[in-house]
Design a protein around this ligand. Structure first.
Ligand code: C2O
Ligand code: CU
Length: 562
């Protein structure tokens, strides 16, 4: 018997949105952008009724919720479900287990997540508490990215031209770019603080295209958690946060009674790639003293856009608590060693035409030289569960098809063309897995925030250059590595992660920069069932969204919604 702790309703709609520069329709959830914060307790199971009242297909993913034995509600379009069609509804069971801290939910279909997202706050179980003094207040801080254009257009143009995506017009903090940007001064997010009190900022990077630096003028930030898992407190001047990642940060209000900016802007390391260079701001204002509205706030110092050392500074300081209340279980004997390259590539433009990518080609991306293609009109989980052939192959390789100097300055251009396929890698139940994620310098070396569905993993090591299998494991942290669901591979570097494959199902892994995943920087794991019934996938719910046979006609205007 299932115990359901809460039932929540999320309604996705197309609605005119006037709070930022342009008036245009965006997808909102329950009328809000960002969408509502979900509050749950550790270990709860909740039902979220997702209604699609928009004109687009939608799916919703609970980013960082591991969904034990239940991939059916995980959400990635064509991986674990077909989309919820306009007018449709899907009751998604969201099963919390070991996660505690901040996670988030977002759309997982095309680029709709640009506006369809919100935080998930996972509180300690009743009767337990935080591993740090109880904060005076908790504040979700959602970092986003905004295009004046309809983001559907931005996505369609990217697909059509084969070139890079139009850069965004603003980054946002809780839906607003801040008062240094020409749009919407009055609505800028303001956090009013009492001197001497401590605030817990639950920061989510929901931006679409960039890793971000974030800081608050004159104030230190103490990181106490990331990705729904606590860490030993680290006090820093700024944080680096990847798209997909969350950070729990304590802010002590210990400065002069004044007004200060919190601010975020991009970290972007690829040469010759343009990106949005705006800074988004919100305000931290002390209570108890009249501060004339003419007083401009002080901006924090943020690292330079291409400061790669600054980008890895925090990662190298993150450590799990690894104490009695927060034990860790880092696999020490590895049964399955995987080595995956991540590359930005090009493919020839379709039928002899010229695309907007380098040399008239179209931009692509890959893992182990396979540019992942989503199935259309079916999904991998359904095909796996029902033994339907022809939807995917099981040949995603454990190692790259060709070894070369991955991070060299000049890589022969014939290495640049990936194959295009829908391949999964099959893992035995309970296998102990290490994946070395290796960035390459093909086309343009850059950082890649990689997210794994269905699992958190220990980040046991990282470095620049090519991974050295004899030397690098000697410096792994196997004692208290951070436990994350998203980790950035540094530019022209590598990251090693470990996990035990104890969650059977179909689980997507991909770069969380949306242009990269759109280009194919993704793969899928199938984790087999164990022998015991309690180590096997649960059966699907009865209301799984149907195959979208009439969506194409709908988009062509050939059929109308009731
Ligand atoms: Cu946050 Cu597959 O995504
Ligand atoms: Cu990437």
């Amino acid at each position: 018997m299932d115990i359901i702790d809460q039932i929540i309703r999320l309604m996705v709609r197309d609605a005119p949105y006037t709070k930022l520069c342009s008036t245009k329709n965006i997808l909102t959830v329950n009328g809000q952008f960002p969408g509502p914060t979900l509050y749950v307790n550790k270990g709860e199971t909740i039902i979220v009724d997702v209604y699609n009242r928009a004109n687009y297909n939608i799916t919703i993913h609970w980013h960082g919720v591991n969904q034990p034995r239940y991939p059916w509600s995980d959400g990635p379009e064509y991986i674990t479900q077909c989309p919820i069609l306009p007018g449709g509804k899907f009751s998604q069971k969201v099963i919390l287990s070991e996660e505690e801290g901040t996670l988030w939910w977002h759309a997982h279909s095309d680029w709709s997540r640009a506006t369809v997202h919100g935080a998930i706050v996972v509180k300690p179980k009743p009767g337990t508490t935080y591993p740090f003094p109880r904060p005076h207040k908790e504040v979700p801080i959602i970092l986003g990215e905004w295009w004046k254009k309809d983001v559907v257009e931005v996505y369609n143009e990217l697909r059509r031209t084969g070139g890079d995506a139009a850069i965004s017009d603003a980054y946002t903090i809780n839906g607003q770019p801040g008062d240094r940007h020409p749009c919407s001064k009055n609505e800028t997010f303001k956090l009013k603080v009492d001197y001497g009190k401590t605030y817990l900022l639950r920061i989510v990077n929901a931006a679409v295209q960039n890793v971000l630096f974030f800081a608050i003028a004159k104030h230190k930030l103490t990181v106490v958690g990331t990705d729904g898992s606590y860490v030993k407190p680290v006090t820093v001047d700024y944080i680096t946060i990847s798209p997909g990642q969350t950070m729990d940060v304590l802010l002590e209000a210990n400065q002069a009674l004044d007004r200060y900016y919190m601010a975020a802007r991009a970290y972007s390391s690829a040469a010759n790639v343009s990106f949005n260079e705006n800074t988004t701001t919100a305000i931290v204002e002390y209570k108890g003293k009249h501060i004339p509205s003419s007083t401009t706030a002080l901006l924090p110092l943020l690292p330079a856009f291409n400061d790669t050392n600054a980008s890895v500074n925090l990662l190298s300081q993150l450590r799990s608590l690894a104490d009695d209340e927060h034990p860790i279980d880092v696999p020490l004997d590895i049964s399955t060693n995987l080595f995956f390259t991540t590359s930005v590539n090009t493919l020839p433009c379709a039928n002899g035409s010229t695309c907007a990518g380098p040399n008239g080609n179209r931009l692509s991306a890959s893992m182990n030289n396979i540019s992942f293609e989503l199935p259309s009109n079916n999904n991998i989980l359904r095909a796996y569960y029902n033994n339907i052939s022809g939807v995917y192959g099981e040949n995603f390789p454990d190692v790259p098809p060709l070894l070369f100097d991955f991070t060299a300055d000049n890589i022969p251009s014939f290495l640049n063309t990936p194959s295009v396929a829908t391949e999964v890698n099959v893992l035995e139940y309970n296998s102990t897995v290490e994946i070395v994620l290796q960035g390459t310098n093909l086309l343009a070396g850059t950082e890649h925030p990689i997210h794994l569905h269905g699992y958190s993993f220990y980040v046991v090591g990282w470095g620049f250059g090519n991974f050295d299998k004899d030397k690098d494991p000697l410096s792994y942290n196997l004692v208290d590595p951070p436990y994350q669901n998203t980790v950035a591979i540094p530019k022209n570097g590598w990251t090693a992660i470990r996990f035990r494959a104890k969650n059977p199902g179909v689980w997507f892994m991909h770069c969380h920069l949306d242009r990269h995943v759109t280009w194919g920087m993704a793969m899928t794991f199938i984790v087999k069932n164990g022998n015991n019934p309690q180590d096997q996938m649960l059966p699907p719910p009865l209301d799984m969204p149907k195959l979208n046979t009439y969506v194409d006609e709908l988009e062509k205007g050939e059929v109308k919604l009731p």
